[in-house]
Design a protein around this ligand. Structure first.
Ligand SMILES: Nc1ncnc2c1ncn2[C@@H]1O[C@H](COP(=O)(O)OP(=O)(O)OP(=O)(O)O)[C@@H](O)[C@H]1O
Ligand SMILES: [Mg+2]
Length: 429
């Protein structure tokens, strides 16, 4: 065991990266996933063909397909951290708590990093979003669960660093003079901001002027394709009449909200919800209503949720570079073809954009700064590529103050830098 070694872990909703401070130097993104197009990114995926076996990242998808989509595949589980109602899941007849699920993933990250470094490690600097939740109690709860998960993975000493602050550490290296910098990190689960006075010579605690964010990002943008169009195919607007009842009812909101969101749709498998949907199918008003609910069963029972949302994500990504994108799904019984335009996507995402930029406004206001007082805006994370995010920044700050990082490594680099400070006995500031 190497006492001076710290891992730096960017555990993301969609992608995870690990670096290290080891042997007196920084090791940037370690190769974690040999099968991925960028081996330094391990997709945050767990696949259990059965409760005793688990695959991660690209291999999780590969095996899921190879094993005919039997078993359970989990994605976006980081998003459940602040949710007190989500304790975990049941695999066959075993309980898998969320803390264990994340712990299993962190343990795998640890093992792969240890292999790459050739030493075992028990200390880590782990990123955390500015806010797991807008509710401070849920936010604390989420952090507490992350601590438990890290402990489960065998880490004895863990320091959590806000992800947007870590990104700021990375940006400092490019600077030659003092600047007020706004950093925006748009991921899969959260949008995170920090306003910081960056000076080439180093950091002081008072240089961090504000940190804020909100739990809306890429996954929520995926959900708009469901909520505005595709959920129609799955009974979101199906009507039914309960036996002996005279009222015509439509699918309850609690169900459609789950159906729409890539992190929440798996909850439709919960016993009570599932039974309820069965009831709706039986009591459908028209054959067309019943057909749509039937499709929902195929989606759930034939394990098509993951590939369906992969296709949605692909459609969304295409809209980052083109003004039209085609959605095509051809699983028997779920054949769907739709065309989407950038304008539609933009208008459907209005509400999400509003909330994300409200938290940016909050961040600037806590820093007691106006947009005009910011010298530089640095954007990172996969969702920073979305045109509606880019456009809003251009509108507020002008293109000349805007810089978008094309790679995914800013948060990790900053965490690795923080790991170096801590490993050498220095405080972060
Ligand atoms: N070209 C693109 N256009 C639009 N969205 C994209 C593009 N590339 C990636 N994304 C989105 O970026 C998100 C993943 O980004 P990233 O890897 O930064 O997130 P993360 O770090 O895993 O999540 P978080 O930091 O929120 O926990 C996904 O929602 C993905 O769909
Ligand atoms: Mg991230």
């Amino acid at each position: 065991m190497n006492r001076d070694t710290y891992l730096s872990i960017d555990f993301g909703t969609s992608n995870s990266l690990v670096g290290a401070y080891h042997d007196g130097r920084r090791h940037e993104a370690l190769a974690l996933d040999p099968k991925a197009s960028d081996p330094s990114l391990l997709r945050t995926l767990l696949y259990f063909p059965h409760p005793d076996l688990c695959y991660y990242g690209s291999e999780a998808i590969e095996q899921y397909i190879e094993q005919d989509m039997e078993g359970r595949l989990f994605r976006s589980f980081k998003s459940h951290l602040p949710n007190k109602n989500y304790l975990g899941t049941i695999l066959d007849n075993r309980i898998l708590t969320l803390e264990n699920m994340i712990g299993i993933f962190l343990l795998e990250l640890k093992k792969r990093a240890e292999k790459a470094l050739g030493t075992s490690v028990e200390r880590a600097v782990i990123g955390r979003p500015a806010r797991y939740s807008m509710d401070p109690v849920s936010d604390e709860f989420a952090l507490h669960r992350m601590q438990k998960a890290a402990h489960f993975a065998g880490f004895k000493d863990v320091v959590f660093v806000p992800e947007p602050l870590a990104a700021a550490f990375d940006y400092r290296r490019q600077l030659t003079s003092e600047k007020i910098v706004l950093i925006g990190d748009f991921g899969g689960g959260t949008s995170d901001f920090t306003v910081i006075k960056l000076r080439p010579e180093g950091f002081a605690k008072q240089d961090v002027l504000a940190i804020d964010g909100c739990p809306l990002a890429g996954d929520t943008l995926d959900s708009v394709f469901m909520s505005h169009r595709l959920n129609n195919y799955f009974g979101a607007n199906s009507r039914y009449r309960l036996p002996m009842g005279s009222n015509v009812l439509s699918m309850p909101k609690a169900i459609t909200l789950r159906l729409n969101h890539p992190a929440h749709i798996v909850h439709l498998k919960e016993k009570e919800t599932y039974e309820f949907i069965r009831e709706v199918r039986k009591c459908s008003l028209t054959a067309q209503d019943a057909e749509a609910v039937e499709r929902l069963f195929i989606l759930i029972e034939d394990q098509q949720i993951f590939p369906f949302f992969e296709e949605i994500e692909k459609t969304k990504r295409n809209l980052s570079t083109s003004d039209k994108s085609e959605f095509a799904f051809d699983y028997p019984g779920l054949e769907i073809k739709e065309k989407f335009t950038g304008l539609q996507f933009e208008s459907w995402s209005e509400d999400t954009r509003g909330k994300i930029f409200q938290s940016l406004d909050q961040c600037l206001s806590s820093a007691q700064l106006s947009a005009a007082q910011v010298d530089l805006v640095c954007l990172t994370g996969g969702t920073a590529k979305v045109p509606l995010i880019q456009e809003e920044f251009k509108k507020r700050f002008g293109a000349s103050r805007l810089q978008t990082q094309s790679h995914f490594h800013s948060v990790l680099s900053g965490l690795t830098e923080a790991a170096g400070f801590i490993a050498t006995g220095n405080s972060l500031f």
